[in-house]
Design a protein around this ligand. Structure first.
Ligand SMILES: Nc1ncnc2c1ncn2[C@@H]1O[C@H](COP(=O)(O)OP(=O)(O)OP(=O)(O)O)[C@@H](O)[C@H]1O
Ligand SMILES: [Mg+2]
Length: 289
């Protein structure tokens, strides 16, 4: 037991060699940079919510963003598929390179970006349509009409939902359980062949069994996809993520404004066992936040 583990809190993380079983695999895959973030600041109505973030996101890794409420995790993850473009008061400064290209460059079409970089939200948000039509929606909109049945089936298999829904594809997606709906949303995301899946607290409204299924699914998916996840669940970050970024809030002495900052970014093992920053240690051991 390390000092961190011996601190008993509800957020305590039991860290063991098994927790990091996939580390070996990710090392052998190497750490290719997929996104290069530098000097990223996101403001709402002129006030920075997240300031000066610099970090790389690696291909075929699962990267977790953790930190207290309001530190800008959702703001940050939305930058990767340009969802903040849809918030009129939001302004993104700095750079995100994707495959070495400026994601916010003048020639980049945000719709194309969202095709390659899909997103799954905290609350499952199936369309009020059939299970089949939910999955077929993206491919239809994007004109991927050939082999639609096969595409739908493949996406449902990938999201580990096929066996549960194969006999009820015409039923409303709203008839599924919460955990099934979240896997449906993951399948909907996969159906358009993305390269990256962004997940903002994808399991926070699910029961433990559904959560485990989503985590198992993430392990499966990282062979083919790059995954970025926001989570408040420390055990979940420790179980699934290769790399973990800890964000916190800096409070301005003058006007008390709160701005999110990146405190520490490293392998998940390092963040949870021997973090370099006292603020990270206090957070992962539950002394703060
Ligand atoms: N659409 C928006 N318009 C204005 N301010 C926003 C908007 N979205 C977020 N903010 C502000 O930006 C800051 C960061 O919010 P954000 O949702 O990114 O935090 P978070 O780390 O995801 O928090 P939580 O853990 O509670 O989800 C907060 O102060 C929030 O009020
Ligand atoms: Mg959030």
């Amino acid at each position: 037991m390390t000092e961190i583990e011996s601190t008993t809190t509800d957020r305590m993380v039991e860290v063991s060699a098994e927790t990091f079983v996939d580390r070996q695999e990710s090392r052998s895959l190497g750490r290719d940079t997929l996104f290069g973030v530098s000097g990223l600041t996101v403001s709402y109505a002129g006030f920075p919510a997240l300031a000066d973030v610099t970090m790389d996101i690696h291909r075929n890794n699962i990267t977790a963003f953790i930190g207290p409420s309001g530190c800008g995790k959702s703001t940050f993850i939305r930058c990767f598929n340009r969802l903040n473009d849809l918030i009129p008061s939001a302004k993104v400064e700095g750079t995100i390179l994707y495959h070495g290209q400026d994601l916010y460059g003048p020639d980049v079409d945000p719709v194309e970006v969202r095709k390659l970089i899909g997103m799954v939200f905290q609350k499952p948000n199936p369309f009020p349509k059939s299970i089949y039509d939910n999955i077929a929606f993206g491919p239809r909109v994007l004109g991927m009409k050939d082999g639609l049945d096969e595409r739908v089936e493949r996406a449902l298999h990938q999201a580990a939902l096929w066996d549960e829904v194969k006999d009820r594809l015409k039923e409303s997606a709203l008839s599924l359980s919460g955990g099934q709906q979240q896997r449906l949303c993951i399948a909907r995301c996969l159906a358009v062949n993305p390269e990256v899946i962004l997940m903002d607290e994808p399991a926070s409204s699910l029961d433990p069994i559904s959560t485990t299924r989503i985590e198992d699914l993430m392990h499966e998916l990282k062979r083919d996809y790059t995954i970025v996840i926001v989570t408040h669940n420390m055990q979940q970050a420790a179980r699934v993520a290769d790399m973990t970024a800890f964000f916190s809030v800096r409070v301005s002495e003058g006007d008390g404004r709160r701005t999110g900052i990146l405190v520490e970014y490293d392998t998940t093992q390092k963040i949870f066992t021997t973090p370099g920053d006292k603020r990270t240690e206090d957070y992962v051991t539950g002394r703060f936040g």
